[in-house]
Design a binder for this molecule. Structure first.
Ligand code: CIR
Length: 252
């Protein structure tokens, strides 16, 4: 496995924010948390490949939004926030040796954070960042390759993966308040702890579930289900409206 990551930009204080107010980000702590995140991915079996630094890209660390990686192809997105479109060239260079690339074209916009892949099902969140044109383009790219693309209305959070991520090929951790769960028929839905609405974003890698340590109730719930959970302090990324999936692109 390879994990693509990108260094935290010194300009992260100027990151995009949609649903939360701006709070000071401790840059040194963000660097340390990012280093621990990379170590957790390495411990899970990933070789870490760094995308070239984007010092002037405030949200550059959130590489997940710039591409969606499948076994057969990687789709380079067109991020919904214009400020983030300059992030794509570095990610394209990093992905090109590993996958044939396809691109989302205007007027479509989509953030990778809105794309949840569970087996051959590709759920695409309809959020403030991702539009119907993107759902159509993803369908055109993916259905001939044997995937089913399913649109999911999202509300009250930034991305689909703020509200739902996969625990395994048949199970999805969700905060039902933030999405329409009807499209998830045939999958088991595990609700986050009611006191932890932000806990649905977990990263499944190498048989482990990486999650934010800010959500201990949901962590216990996952452990009771037998998961090998790796909690990480992501406090500085949460202030930038980011979470654990956003900071990497995993290639298996
Ligand atoms: C943004 O608003 O675009 C960034 N500040 C946070 C992106 C987080 N990405 C993700 O959840 N996939």
């Amino acid at each position: 496995m390879i994990a693509l990551t990108r260094a935290v930009s010194p300009a992260i204080a100027r990151c995009e924010l949609t649903h939360i107010g701006r709070e000071a980000i401790d840059l040194d702590l963000a660097y340390a948390q990012h280093a621990r995140y990379e170590r957790a991915l390495a411990d899970a079996g990933c070789a870490i490949e760094r995308v070239a630094d984007g010092e002037d890209l405030p949200d550059g660390v959130f590489v997940e939004d710039v591409a969606v990686v499948f076994d057969e192809i990687a789709i380079v997105t067109r991020p919904g926030a214009e400020s983030r479109r300059a992030e794509t060239p570095g990610v394209v260079r990093a992905l090109a040796p590993h996958r044939p690339l396809a691109r989302i074209e205007p007027p479509a916009t989509v953030d990778g954070g809105d794309v949840l892949v569970v087996g051959r099902r590709v759920f695409v969140g309809r959020s403030s960042r991702t539009n119907d044109a993107a759902v159509t383009q993803m369908r055109t790219l993916l259905e001939p390759r044997g995937y089913t693309v399913i649109s999911v209305p999202v509300r009250g959070c930034l991305h689909l993966k703020s509200a739902a991520t996969a625990l395994d090929e048949g199970t999805v951790l969700v905060n039902r308040a933030w999405l329409d769960s009807d499209p998830f028929t045939e999958l088991e839905l595990v609700p986050v702890a009611p006191s932890e609405p932000g806990a649905a974003n977990v990263l499944r890698v190498g048989g482990r579930i990486v999650c934010a340590s800010a959500f201990p109730e949901t962590r216990r719930l996952l452990e009771r289900r037998g998961a090998h959970v790796v909690p990480l302090d992501m406090s500085e990324f949460a202030k930038a409206e980011g979470a654990v999936t956003c900071c990497s692109l995993i290639l298996t």
